[in-house]
Design a protein around this ligand. Structure first.
Ligand code: SF4
Length: 289
């Protein structure tokens, strides 16, 4: 995963190309077997913006302009430079495998480093950084357009692609490289749109595991989500659209929706068997303790 705010002269694209080449070589020629969800975040265009996005090995730029390589979940990393960053990132991936991070083809770095000490050279503290809160609007790389639940019609995507090169983000938004004003397309969300504070998976009928449709309900409830709160509506307990905790979570179960406050889809609900009709008629139910 690459910061969508990379600049042509900040070294990001060279790092990404070198990492792709090294990974390809290690997988094909050295037999490296990383879990399917294992990933790298190259986040060195400025202050980190990808910390809330899923990754196992991260490269960020420090305030002093150096590159910091660290294992996701670790408090310390090691300083690297553009010439050895990829080599050291691959060494960290190999350490993960050799030290038992993979079990039955699965495993993530954050849970591995909880009980496995990193090599001693990983001794530079990872600086604290405020959470990055993305909003549609102007960025250093171009206009960032939001789409509700990360889904838009092909015609909208096609129109965007004729305006500029597109950079995908992990925030259900697309950066239009070099564009300096909002595209005039009805499907794009404006800053402050209530749907930016809601996540919903595909739900039924698109997902065979879903126990209910969720997107229409999520849209209808969006305007009732209190300021500074976040609503996650999930078609089942897997919670694909928002694996983290949310202020409000509605998860489809066989008897209706369960409501969870300040938790994930698998935490203890404070109410069960809420029908979509009841939620639409009484959205205040979501926020009652
Ligand atoms: S959370 Fe459940 S219903 Fe939604 S996409 Fe994932 S598996 Fe399907």
């Amino acid at each position: 995963m690459v910061t969508p705010f990379w600049q042509a002269d900040d070294g990001t694209t060279a790092l990404v190309q070198a990492l792709e080449n090294s990974l390809q070589h290690a997988i094909v020629h050295d037999g490296l077997r990383l879990p399917g969800k294992f990933g790298f975040a190259i986040d060195c265009a400025g202050p980190p913006v990808l910390r809330q996005a899923s990754a196992d090995i991260r490269i960020e730029r420090t305030e002093a302009g150096s590159l910091l390589l660290y294992a996701d979940g670790a408090q310390t990393g090691r300083l690297v430079d553009p010439h050895n960053a990829v080599e050291q990132a691959m060494a960290l991936a190999n350490w993960f495998v050799r030290s038992g991070g993979v079990c039955n083809g699965r495993g993530r770095m954050a849970s591995h480093v909880r009980h496995m000490p990193l090599p001693p050279e990983y001794n530079t503290p990872v600086p604290l950084a405020p959470p990055f809160i993305p909003e549609p609007g102007m960025t250093s790389a171009g206009w960032m357009a939001g789409v509700a639940f990360g889904q838009c019609h092909a015609s909208t995507l096609c129109a965007l692609s004729t305006m500029a090169p597109l950079r995908l983000t992990p925030w259900r938004m697309i950066v239009l490289e070099g564009v300096i004003q909002a595209p005039d397309l009805a499907e794009l969300l404006q800053a402050g749109d209530a749907r930016l504070r809601v996540a919903a998976c595909t739900g039924a009928l698109a997902c065979p595991q879903a126990l209910a449709p969720v997107r229409a309900l999520a849209s209808d409830l969006a305007a009732h989500v209190p300021a500074h709160a976040f609503l996650h509506v999930s078609g089942c307990a897997k919670g694909c659209a928002h694996p983290q905790a949310a202020t409000l979570t509605l998860v489809a179960q066989s008897g209706g929706f369960a409501l969870i406050h300040h938790g994930t889809t698998t935490d203890q609900p404070i109410a069960r068997n809420l029908s979509p009709e009841r939620l639409r008629a009484h959205p205040e139910l979501m926020t009652k303790d």
